[in-house]
Design a protein around this ligand. Structure first.
Ligand SMILES: [Zn+2]
Length: 318
């Protein structure tokens, strides 16, 4: 990956808190662990060998940690003043008053010929980056180092596309400018709406990623998985847009103009939405990797029954 010129950077975005721009680590790990369950043997082997060949040590080389790499990479770049290289790739900010996916994706320009997806450009959205990195994964002629990076970006961005505040925007950076007080939550210095959807509402489920992924896997039916598997990344973004517009912003939308009060009814709905989106993301990530790395599709009946069996055994032991 080359260093992209910073002359294209938007200073106002560079001023945003970096930690509040993605599912937290636990959300990404949970999604990757759900996906792992439904990888075909061929795709699973390909994932393992790609991660084993990784020479970057920002995160450990298992699938759960690898799914958090893109955030660490962006933040590491920030320390080197290269935050703008990849930071836009984590979301698709579609305005709720005038929804326009093409505008949110900076015109949806195709990747310039012979440019690696990891080389840019900085003005691209999560939808298009998932497709670009997916195409590199599917192409056996892709440079070996680039394929490893493509896998780590796909593991992460497929998750980001399902965060309910990574698709809708109300001229507030996906709720990053909305200050909130949330019933039942301790408040630290981080009190932005976006951060609650990234992290606090996931943490409130009160399970580490391994346990949460098993619980969620046991709740997914093969019929649900088959239904969720229908769409493409742009459909995932529009689905998250609608969910985020209705439930994360609400009507009238939570405003950045004054501190907003969030009650327990909102929180309960948010936790339901978070679980649904983690499940959908895990199922779709599995399908995407199976297709790109093995030209196969998951056997939902087999992999979801297996997840359910693991979960019931775990319950029996408690
Ligand atoms: Zn992210």
């Amino acid at each position: 990956m080359k260093i992209v010129a910073l002359s294209l950077a938007l200073p106002i975005l560079a001023a945003l808190p970096q930690s509040a721009l993605a599912w937290g680590d636990d959300g990404h790990k949970t999604i990757a662990l759900i996906a792992q369950q439904c990888l075909t043997p061929k795709a699973s082997d390909a994932v393992k060998s790609l991660l084993a060949a990784d020479t970057d040590n920002l995160v450990p080389h298992d699938i759960a940690n690898a799914a958090t790499w893109a955030d660490k990479f962006r933040d590491e770049n920030n320390r080197r003043d290269h935050y703008q290289e990849t930071q836009n790739w984590h979301f698709t900010d579609i305005e709720i008053a005038t929804p326009d996916l093409t505008a949110a994706c900076f015109g949806r320009k195709p990747l310039p010929a012979r440019m690696l997806a990891s080389d840019g450009p900085p003005q691209a959205c999560a939808v298009d980056k998932v497709e670009q990195f997916g195409a590199e994964l599917a192409d056996s002629g892709t440079d070996a180092e680039e394929r490893v990076m493509a896998l780590k970006f796909v593991l992460h961005f497929a998750g980001d596309l399902h965060q309910p505040l990574h698709s809708p925007d109300n001229h507030d950076y996906g709720g990053n400018s909305v200050k909130v007080t949330v019933e039942g939550f301790k408040h630290t210095r981080k009190d932005e709406l976006h951060g609650f959807w990234d992290t606090q509402f996931v943490d409130a489920i009160a399970k580490p990623p391994t346990a949460l992924s098993k619980q969620l896997l046991a709740e997914i039916t093969p019929a649900q998985a088959a239904e969720w598997a229908q769409g493409k990344p742009e459909d995932w973004a529009m689905e998250a847009f609608n969910l985020g517009k209705n439930d994360a912003y609400g009507s009238p939308p939570l405003s950045k103009d004054t501190p907003q009060q969030i009650d327990a009814v909102y929180v309960a709905k948010a936790e339901t939405d978070v679980k649904l989106q983690l499940k959908r993301a895990g199922v779709r990530l599995a399908l995407f990797l199976d297709q790109k790395l093995a030209s196969e599709t998951p056997d939902w009946n087999a992999c979801l029954k297996a997840g359910s069996a693991v979960s019931s055994r775990a319950r029996t032991r408690q």
